[in-house]
Design a protein around this ligand. Structure first.
Ligand code: AMP
Length: 514
């Protein structure tokens, strides 16, 4: 049987190919409503696949996409799968130095970029050995579609096996140099099937797709979810809170990073009536604050956000329950391990942690990637001797099997020989009067090695005082965990997926104790 992921997605298309598969939320250039039928998906991916095949590329060629979000960019991804090549999505915000790194590292045979960047991007690509550069704009123009339009609209899906490479995702790189996580057809399909069952995807679902498609969340979790159910998507090329809320009336599922939920909470239009048609709100990619979880419950009429946890290298790993009979969705936790995915928490020496005990999160399963692109040593380092992948996340599992993420092992602060987990301190800080959110970091310190420092964002119309926050914390937690200084800032630096960029904070405040 063909294990090509596209074949499974194609099998899920509804019998009537003329129904709507994707409706664009933003109007077209003449103000018209844009939509794509399942037949458009079938034909468009066939034509793009035929274009790629006409280039006579070597097997395993990487096809890099450095484009704005558009339905055509999604079709390109599906066409790459369909033709049996390897998809390499890149954040369109990347500038020359970043693109140069990815092109040299991944050596794609084809680059598809925005027309506006064609000059500099194609120059970098040709220098890096890329043979073909096409343009694709978010208004359906560009050489990619022009060339594809003369191709046949029939194509039989390339035969692929479970272990064949389908995509390379460069990890978001909040720390260190980006590494390309190699994901196979089997990784992607097994995870998509598990989530389809767990989250109860149905053909009559309507997904609001408002996430970028260069990342695991929007490209895989969201798109595969809808496609594998044969369900319609309402497609936002950019997240706009008020516009998204206004479409809840026609939708059933929304997926977002925590920042998106925070921004929707800032809208008066977020009411129980607006949320009533929705059956599922999912959050992931970064920790969802307990405050956001609770406020959402109140403002949405008890639609409890389902938080899940995963990463580029492993796809999804844990999820809070969907069905009430499987248990409650518990704020601050990322839920139990997914069916078929094994998760364990282990100590430095390798022994397993007891429930509640903090340790390193390690995982196994058909979802775990095949390794980092051209980095065999790095790959080996990230697997334990008994072949569990070390996520780099630190957390614990409670007596009911629910996991909580406490931080990244790289974020762990060792102050005066004591371990300080930033998320724990952030949890206390976020509860204090006037604090909206916080980031705790370790800075080089002559005495302590590292000193604990907090960067805090105030709630609107509040002006918390750093010294007073420190004094309150001193009454609550052990002295070595209390920040030596608290800075109040307007906002925390975040990357495109809403993750706080602690490396930037460490740079900004790094010389505080020098
Ligand atoms: P990425 O590969 O860019 O998706 O980043 C994966 C990392 O995001 C994980 O290793 C976690 O550190 C973090 N992450 C993802 N989901 C969650 C979550 N629900 N709660 C806390 N951290 C998360």
């Amino acid at each position: 049987m063909n294990a090509n992921l596209f074949a499974a997605l194609r099998d899920a298309f509804p019998a009537d190919l003329d129904t709507c598969a994707i409706e664009c939320a933003e109007p077209g250039p003449q103000g018209q409503r844009l939509s794509y039928s399942w037949r458009d998906l079938e034909r468009g991916t066939a034509m793009l696949a035929n274009l790629l095949l006409s280039l006579d590329l070597p097997a395993g060629s990487r096809i890099a996409a450095h484009t704005e979000k558009s339905v055509e960019a999604l079709l390109l991804y599906l066409a790459v799968l369909r033709a049996g090549f390897v998809y390499l999505p890149l954040n369109p915000a990347y500038q020359a130095a970043e693109l140069d790194y990815f092109l040299r590292d991944a050596e794609p045979a084809v680059l598809v970029c925005a027309g506006a960047n064609f000059g500099w991007a194609s120059k970098l690509a040709f220098l890096a050995g890329t043979h073909y550069v096409f343009s694709l704009n978010d208004d359906r123009s560009g050489s990619l579609l022009e060339r594809a339009s003369s191709m046949s609209d029939t194509h039989s899906v390339a035969e692929r096996s479970t272990d064949d490479l389908a995509a390379i995702l460069y990890t978001s790189g909040t720390t260190g140099r980006s590494k390309g996580a190699m994901l196979s057809h089997g990784n992607l399909l097994s995870n998509a099937r598990t989530l389809k069952d767990l989250w109860g995807w149905r053909a009559d679902d309507v997904l609001i797709h408002a996430l970028p498609i260069f990342h695991v969340h929007g490209l895989f979790v969201a798109s595969h979810g809808a496609l594998l159910a044969g369900a319609k998507m309402i497609w936002f090329s950019k997240f706009e809170p008020r516009a998204v809320i206004s479409r809840f009336a026609e939708a059933t599922v929304f997926m977002g990073v925590p920042t998106l939920y925070v921004r929707m909470l800032g809208e008066a239009a977020l009411t129980p009536t607006a949320c009533a048609p929705m059956r599922l709100f999912i959050s992931g990619s970064a920790p969802l604050l307990l405050d956001t979880f609770t406020e959402w419950q109140q403002r949405s009429g008890q639609k409890t956000i389902l938080e899940r946890y995963g990463m580029s290298e492993t796809l999804m790993l844990t999820s809070n329950p969907y069905r009430a009979l499987d248990g409650d969705r518990i704020g601050g936790t990322v839920g139990p391990a997914l069916p078929g995915v094994a998760v364990r928490v282990s100590k430095d020496g390798g022994q397993l942690c007891a429930p509640g005990e903090i340790g390193a999160i390690e995982v196994r399963g058909p979802n775990v990637f095949t390794g980092y692109w051209r980095m065999p040593e790095k790959t080996q380092e990230e697997f334990s001797a008994d072949a569990w992948f070390k996520t780099g996340d630190v957390g614990f599992c409670d007596a009911n099997g629910y996991y909580s993420i406490v931080g990244r092992s790289k974020d762990l602060i060792i102050s005066g020989g004591f371990n300080v987990y930033p998320a724990e301190i952030e949890g206390y800080l976020n509860e204090l009067d006037g604090v909206a959110e916080s980031a705790v970091i370790g800075l080089p310190h002559a005495d302590f090695g590292e000193a604990v420092v907090a960067v805090v964002v105030a709630k609107p119309a509040h002006s918390p005082d750093g010294a007073a926050l420190i004094a309150t914390l001193k009454r609550q937690i052990a002295g070595f965990k209390v920040p030596k200084q608290v800075f109040i800032v307007e906002e925390l630096p975040r990357n495109a997926m809403g993750k706080v960029q602690k490396n930037l904070l460490r740079e900004q405040f790094g010389r505080l104790f020098a």
